[in-house]
Design a protein around this ligand. Structure first.
Ligand code: APR
Ligand code: ZN
Ligand code: ZN
Length: 363
């Protein structure tokens, strides 16, 4: 039977989100219905609301979630009702050219639910990143559910579903940070701090955190930064070089998505170093760099989309590390809020007051 639940909907461009009754169909073939227990508030949700992603209003927001599988469609065997899962937006298809070449973290055709959730009047909803988890129930592709150890609380586990995974993966997967590397991270929000935590986990010897907000730099230290730089007061490139014996860092991670900070990242890396862009630029942004420097420095300029993660490989592993006190995922949770507080959380995010606000549902 379809169920009716409350969900956070963005009805039109720029308008504040509203709590609406939504209709969630029974799971069909390849689908699962999931009861979110917690869901983080991410920039991408705000971007949807602002119409910056596409025009497919109304959106059902929320996509950094952990929850319990309520029911599954016919033929679904990987997950079962009662499973504790993190929702992902990379349910690999297994048949696209990336998957067939053994690089499923680039999957070009990842799965979402086929059926649509709707408003009461039948208007089809567009779930954020194919998830839509600011709701008491949501419908996803079964492959979007990754089982993890239920000992991890949902407000913590859900964070791996998007931003924190993006940052961890920028360091661990895309940047391939290894023991003894020097690393710099420009922008220390939730994504940048996760990159710092990832670099520490990988054994980086120097981790330079750069931000323009001292509150953020303090947090960055907690996640493992060995040096902090306020780039309003100090030249970021100079400071990174100073912290790395004058050479620049082996891996520089840009976690903001701006041309000026990307340029800092470009010039702050050592010869043969790697720049990883994990911050998301806006479509109007342009880059102007001396091509000879690109050539002459060697190394690699990479972008990291969702941290090049493979949910089935990375989520359970990272949750295990968290449970062993080796990855402080709990420190990304600045506050837990109710389903009616998403608009206020956007405001706090905008003012840099939080790493993550996380909606927790009544159980
Ligand atoms: N120089 C240095 N730091 C800056 C600058 C700048 N010019 N401008 C902003 N920052 C810092 C902010 O102070 C903040 O700490 O960058 C950080 C950005 O963090 P958040 O706004 O919390 O964003 P976050 O969730 O970490 O995401 C970062 O990754 O996934 C993408 O869409 C996301 O583009 C965004 C980026
Ligand atoms: Zn694929
Ligand atoms: Zn997100």
């Amino acid at each position: 039977m379809p169920v009716q639940v409350q969900g956070v909907v963005a009805r039109s461009q720029g308008a504040p989100v509203t709590l609406e009754t939504i209709v969630v169909p029974d799971p069909g073939p390849g689908e699962a219905r999931v009861r979110p227990l917690a869901c983080g508030v991410c920039h991408t949700d705000l971007h949807y609301r602002e119409g910056a992603i596409n025009d497919d209003f109304p959106f059902l927001l929320g996509h950094e979630a952990a929850g319990i599988v309520e029911s599954v469609g016919p033929d679904v065997t990987d997950v079962a009702p009662g499973d504790y899962v993190i929702l992902n937006w990379r349910a690999v298809c297994g048949t696209c050219r990336a998957c067939l070449r053994g690089r499923p973290w680039y999957c070009f055709s990842s799965h979402n639910a086929t059926q649509k959730m709707t408003l009461l009047d039948g208007t089809e909803l567009s779930p954020a990143l194919g998830i839509g988890a600011f709701a008491e129930m949501t419908l996803v592709a079964a492959g979007q559910c990754t089982k993890v150890d239920p000992a991890a609380p949902p407000e913590v586990a859900g964070l791996l579903g998007c931003g924190v995974m993006a940052g961890l993966g920028a360091a661990l997967n895309t940047g391939n940070v290894g023991r003894g590397d020097t690393v710099a991270v420009i922008g220390c929000g939730g994504v940048g701090d996760a990159a710092i935590a990832g670099a520490r986990l990988a054994g980086a010897r120097v981790i330079v955190a750069v931000d323009i907000d001292d509150r953020k730099l303090e947090l960055a230290r907690k996640f493992g930064a060995t040096h902090v730089v306020n780039s309003r007061q100090t030249d970021a490139v100079e400071a990174i070089r100073e912290a790395t014996d004058g050479f620049g860092a082996d891996v520089v991670i840009e976690a903001i998505g701006r041309p000026d900070t990307y340029e800092q990242a470009f010039f702050a890396r050592d010869l043969a170093g790697t720049v990883v862009l994990v911050g998301v630029p806006s479509p109007d942004m342009r880059l102007d760099l001396p091509l000879i420097e690109y050539f002459g420095r060697g190394g690699a300029l990479k972008s990291s989309w969702y941290g090049d993660c493979l949910p089935s490989r990375d989520f359970p592993m990272l949750i295990d590390l968290y449970l062993q006190d080796r990855l402080p995922l709990q420190d990304f949770v600045s506050e837990t809020i109710g389903i009616g507080d998403v608009e206020a959380a956007f405001d706090k995010m905008h003012h840099g007051d939080v790493l993550r606000s996380v909606v927790v549902f009544d159980r």
